[in-house]
Design a protein around this ligand. Structure first.
Ligand code: CU
Length: 293
């Protein structure tokens, strides 16, 4: 599956400009592997120290990053004002969280966390830049939350999302294999929000995950607070790079009134893959009365 353009650089949301392929694996002639699909890359390994998540209450989640020498990484270069960005989401793309753990003794990261969507298999992504390394890296690992898993179907593609009384509208198109601008417009009670607050050095942070394998894709904001041209809403502009046609789940974090909120969208890039044959789709309720007997 050769991407149409070798310039796609899916990776962490770490550094802004100047790095062509951070987090992705370059290889000759082929499109780079998206970030977040591997537990180990370039000698670094993401090692959970907590065996499972609790769907009931926040429990300490601990992990560390091991370096090429096998020792825990203790020195990081901040990206977007943080040494490490942690994304946790259930494998059906429900219960998204973007949080920032504390770095403890011995390179151990820790944060209290609940499996927000309830029981099921979760994916955690660590997006970070080890000190001395020129580019950021996103590693991923699965963690279970024990209990009865009730999967949620991927929400239909849509242009609007609501959260806590805010409506966010998605403008633009995802284009496979190319960077494409996305404009997210925030309104509240029908009025444009023009006093968004900077959060981690931007008016919004966008994470894109590919439906099917949760590849973690590079999205970076266009402009920054205080650069003399970037307005504090209602529009937030990003450049997204997705590697293939199909569905993606987009998660926008934005801050207003001192609270960070997340608006989520499903967006489809290019011509989606053909739907599976009907027989492969489990029917919602068995029918007993069709046809002759
Ligand atoms: Cu972050």
């Amino acid at each position: 599956m050769a991407g149409p353009a070798p310039t796609a650089a899916p990776a962490g949301h770490g550094t802004d400009a100047g790095h062509g392929s951070h987090g992705a694996t370059p290889s000759t002639g082929a499109a780079p592997v998206p970030g977040g699909l591997q537990v180990a890359q370039d000698g670094y390994r993401l090692q959970p120290l907590t065996g499972e998540l609790s769907p009931d209450a926040a429990q300490p989640l601990r992990f560390r990053v091991l370096g090429p020498d096998g020792a825990p990484v203790t020195a990081y270069t901040p990206t977007h004002e943080k040494n490490l960005h942690l994304i946790v989401v259930r494998r059906d793309l429900a219960g998204f969280q973007h949080v920032h753990p504390e770095l403890r003794e011995g390179g151990v990261w820790e944060i209290p966390l609940r499996a927000a969507a309830g029981a099921g298999q979760y994916r955690m992504f660590a997006d970070f830049q080890p000190a001395g390394r020129g580019e950021a890296l996103t590693l991923g690992v699965d963690l279970p939350a024990p209990g009865t898993y009730q999967p949620v179907p991927l929400p239909a593609a849509g242009r609007t999302a609501t959260v806590d009384g805010y409506t966010v509208t998605l403008g633009g198109e995802l284009r496979p294999g190319a960077s494409s601008p996305l404009t997210l417009t925030v309104t509240k009670d029908g009025k444009p929000v023009t006093d968004l607050q900077p959060y981690l050095g931007a008016y919004g942070h966008l994470v894109a995950l590919r439906d099917g394998d949760l590849a973690y894709l590079h999205v970076h904001p266009d402009g920054a607070p205080g650069d003399g041209r970037t307005q504090a809403g209602p529009q937030i502009v990003f450049h997204a790079e997705v590697p293939s046609p199909g569905a993606y789940r987009l998660f926008l974090d934005f801050q207003h009134g001192g609270v960070v909120r997340t608006a989520a969208f499903t967006a489809v890039a290019g011509t989606p893959p053909p739907a599976p044959p009907a027989a492969a789709t489990p029917s919602a309720s068995p029918t007993h009365d069709h046809g002759a007997h």
